[in-house]
Design a protein around this ligand. Structure first.
Ligand SMILES: [Zn+2]
Length: 133
């Protein structure tokens, strides 16, 4: 059976690191841009010193494939949850005419984060930068 690698827009999302760097999120792992050509971008697992997993996207950030290398570490479920939450907040802020601060507070309360999750949740200020892109 031939496996289609095109047209399926797999679950990749983007967020910004606390330093404002673009992060690709895929399967609960975070990838940073390692190399970009005219047509493609190569994203390296954020834990790249120890891990050889890569994701390839088009220059327009559409998923192409991953290099099939297994991660040498587990995805952090807390981080995954928070990344999802940030993506959701960002999505609502872009699509709804409510104040970004209100949406942030609302979703934060609704997510019922644990104390340790709250500790790594980025501030509203750093998330609000995401509106620019
Ligand atoms: Zn990895």
């Amino acid at each position: 059976m031939a496996q289609s690698t095109t047209s399926v827009n797999l679950e990749i999302e983007f967020t910004l690191s606390t330093k404002g760097k673009k992060i690709l999120l895929y399967n609960g792992y975070r990838y940073v841009l390692n190399q970009a050509t005219k047509t493609k971008k190569y994203w390296r697992c954020e834990d790249g010193d120890n891990c050889g997993a890569y994701v390839h996207t088009t220059s327009g950030d559409t998923y192409i494939k991953n290099n099939g290398v297994e991660h040498t570490h587990l995805a952090d479920p807390d981080e995954h949850l928070i990344n999802k939450l940030i993506a959701k907040i960002r999505n609502r802020v872009m699509n709804e005419h409510l104040s970004a601060g209100f949406i942030y507070e609302f979703e934060l309360v609704r997510a019922k984060l644990t104390e340790s999750q709250l500790a790594v949740m980025p501030s509203f200020k750093s998330i609000s930068k995401l509106n620019i892109s």
